[in-house]
Write a new protein. Structure first.
Length: 739
């Protein structure tokens, strides 16, 4: 293992600051004279707003301003500009089977004529204190006319290879069928959302302090909604206490604090409470699947047919989970397929990309089907997978997605060995001796990492020995301050602890897509490398002049320029001290994706009397192309496993006739550290052929196969009771096998 640069297991440089309270999260932002805001939210899943009377509330102590949907309409504020298409690489081409346009519904900043889900904002109250704002909210009189719940189809598309799939089913000796529902969950970031808005009349600019997934995108979207030029908006975000996709969107409250600030001439701050978060944060998952897998007598996969129905909630925030999940349904296997991808609207909060958007759902489906088929056909489950694995890469799957590179078979063999698969029978005996049932689960995955194509890194080497990197990603705990610094150390030879990463201010960051879809390291690697090469080229010229040598005779290594064949040299830092800062920038506009993959093995113990499931062993191997910081990657895997286990065993958002039942931690269960064993995680490094540095990204591999792996283990452990079906969150599927 390397001690420096790429490949070094460097402990996170930012942790000392964060653990000693020197971070700045969204609620930590303060400005003199800031007023407090609160949101009055709808108690109805669907209702017409007959009237809103704010007269009494406006006269209450401390109240400064009350805004309603009528004000939104009067001032012409635009809806939230959701762009529900995937950004890169080109996703499934969505089109409605009947030729009609996609149905796009975008929310207003406050509900105007109707409210479409419990928790939607009806009014924004600004007062001297939060308590006064809340008191005034309770005094607002709203008359609602409840409406029936709706369910509109937003998209209905068919993708894949119908002729090959029909031929496969015609040839099949066996067909395995599954109906399942991968339930809705919420992101539950450690830090609930918060926002502080300020209007400066002197510069005619809005400033928004709010942590999320980016700063460039919210700057542009806030400008669109408020009807101003982007130059009139500044967004600042420092630490972000958890995201997972939940906070990647511009929420109405972020606009409200900025808009209200201009109206009252003072900064306005709003902080989300946990109950509000459950009702108004964008949720994840919520996919219903009806699927069948055709097989030959000897277990060859001949065809897959699936109908995937995604519940988008009240508005079309994103189709990405549906499209990305559907296009990877064939996973690591050679398999003709066709899928119907449907998205429906409902009177619930929006769903949007949540860690590894769409892929855990469809990986769950394919891995459950394979286990079901293995049991019914009497074929060893490892062998059944091995017979059908893709062995030649690149590979174009049935939905037109080309996997870049990898060794799927080698990774399967490696995880089976690492998990001590052959020792399972002995461990099963030990469990039985204690009155427990033991189950063994296996699952593979491939996932798509893409995201916003534009990124820019501006790198400056200063004479004081420091390096600044200005880049348009935004960390929510991924360790960018460490891993990006390792890139600088690798290419410029300057110690990682001398590198400062600037991502927090849209006045400094001009281009950037933020952090989502596993794009941060891939785009940072490309752009920082380009900038580093430019700095080395500049330094070579300066060194040649100072050392009185030809540029062709100057070599650069470990931060120093040396005349070849001599001991004459000068450090890059010394050149920056003598000639001023040396800077360059790297840009990328790439719509080429990469496809991380891997295998997970899980063992569970089940108490047959109580039904309690305990994870006992969990083993993984994930291929990230090239590991910049293995220590951080292992941590990402651990966190992903925990999230996947949460959904597989306990997390579930429940609505009853449109009312949110799981609106607090009293009702919504989260896994705790004590629920997990130690994880055995390993990395595979087959360089990606579609990235100039071979990077794939590793932030989502831990969660992608976890649903299927854990449920496979539970069903295996209960097999002697005749259990053959199950789904995450306790939802059952139905299956049968026909010959």
């Amino acid at each position: 293992m390397k001690a420096r640069g790429i490949g070094a297991e460097l402990r996170r440089l930012e942790d000392a600051r964060l653990l000693t309270g020197r971070g700045c999260y969204s609620d930590d932002f303060t400005l003199p004279g800031a007023a407090s805001g609160t949101v009055l939210r709808s108690p109805h899943p669907h209702a017409r707003i007959v009237s809103i009377d704010t007269a009494r509330a406006s006269k209450m102590p401390g109240v400064l301003l009350i805004l309603t949907g009528a004000d939104v309409v009067a001032e012409g504020l635009k809806p939230v500009p959701h762009i529900p298409q995937a950004m890169s690489p080109p996703d499934i081409a969505l089109y409605n089977l009947d030729g009609s346009d996609l149905l796009l519904e975008r929310p207003m900043i406050l509900a105007t004529e109707t409210t479409r889900h419990v928790g939607e904002g009806i009014a924004f109250i600004v007062a001297e204190t939060v308590a006064e704002a809340k008191d005034a909210a309770e005094a607002i009189e709203v008359v609602y006319a409840p409406l029936p719940r709706i369910s509109d189809i937003a998209v209905d598309a068919r993708v894949g290879n119908p002729p090959a799939t029909r031929a496969g089913f015609a040839e099949a000796e066996h067909v395995v069928r599954l109906e399942t529902h991968i339930q809705r969950v919420t992101g539950v970031p450690m830090e609930p959302r918060a926002a502080l808005g300020a209007w400066d009349p002197a510069t005619e600019r809005y400033t928004l302090h709010a942590g999320g997934g980016a700063i460039v995108r919210p700057k542009k979207e806030l400008a669109i909604i408020l009807g101003v030029e982007p130059e009139q908006v500044r967004v600042i975000a420092k630490e972000v206490g958890g995201n997972f996709g939940t906070r990647n969107y511009l929420y109405p409250e972020y606009v409200l604090v900025a808009w209200a600030s201009k109206k009252i001439g003072r900064p306005v701050k709003w902080t989300c409470e946990r109950g509000e978060a459950f009702a108004s944060d964008y949720a994840g998952r919520d996919l219903k699947v009806e699927v069948e897998l055709a097989l030959s007598a000897d277990g060859r996969f001949l065809g897959l047919h699936s109908t995937n129905t995604s519940d988008l909630g009240a508005y079309t925030a994103s189709f990405i989970p549906l499209t990305k999940g559907t296009q990877l349904m064939t996973s690591l296997y050679r398999l003709p397929a066709v899928a119907r991808a449907r998205a429906v609207l409902s009177n619930t909060v929006c769903t949007a990309p949540y860690r590894s958007a769409g892929r855990p759902e469809t990986m769950f489906v394919i891995e459950r089907l394979i286990d079901m088929a293995a049991r019914e056909l009497g074929i060893d489950r490892v062998e059944l997978r091995r017979r059908n694995l893709i062995t030649t890469l690149p590979h174009r799957n049935a939905f037109g997605i080309t996997y870049d590179s990898g060794d799927y078979v080698g990774a399967l063999d490696a995880v089976v060995k690492l998990a001590d698969w052959t020792g399972y029978a002995e461990r099963q005996k030990h469990s039985a001796a204690r009155g427990l049932k033991r189950g063994l689960g296996l699952g593979g995955y491939v996932e798509s990492q893409s995201g916003a194509p534009l990124e820019r890194a501006e790198v400056t080497v200063r004479g004081d020995g420091t390096v600044e990197v200005v880049i348009g990603t935004l960390s929510s705990g991924q360790g960018h301050a460490t891993s990006f610094a390792q890139l600088v150390e690798e290419w410029l030879g300057i110690a990682a602890d001398k590198v400062v990463i600037e991502t927090s201010d849209s006045d400094r960051v001009s281009v950037g897509g933020g952090s989502h879809s596993g794009r941060s390291m891939r785009q940072a690697g490309t752009t920082i490398h380009k900038a580093a090469l430019g700095i080395i080229a500049q330094g070579t010229k300066l060194a040649a002049e100072q050392l009185e040598a030809s540029e062709a005779d100057i070599a650069f290594a470990d931060g120093r320029f040396t005349v070849t064949g001599t001991d004459r040299s000068v450090a890059l830092i010394e050149l920056a001290a003598a000639h001023g800062p040396i800077a360059d920038a790297g840009d990328v506009n790439s719509r080429v994706g990469s496809y991380p993959y891997g295998w997970h093995v899980c063992e569970v113990e089940i108490d047959p009397e109580t039904g309690v499931v305990r994870l006992d062993r969990y083993t993984t191997i994930d291929d990230v192309g090239r590991a910049v910081n293995p220590l951080i990657l292992h941590g990402q895997t651990h966190g992903g496993i925990a999230q996947g286990a949460g959904q597989a065993l306990m997390e579930r958002m429940v609505y009853d006739d449109g009312q949110l039942v799981t609106g607090s931690f009293m009702d919504y269960a989260l896994p705790r550290a004590a629920d997990f064993p130690g994880f055995a995680t390993a990395l595979s490094e087959v360089p990606s052929t579609t990235h100039p540095l071979g990077l794939r990204g590793g932030g989502e591999g831990g969660i992608t196969p976890a649903l299927g792996v854990i449920v496979n283990a539970v069903v295996d452990g209960l097999a002697e009771y005749g259990v053959t079906r199950n789904g995450p969150g306790g939802r059952s599927g139905a299956c049968r096998i026909d010959k």
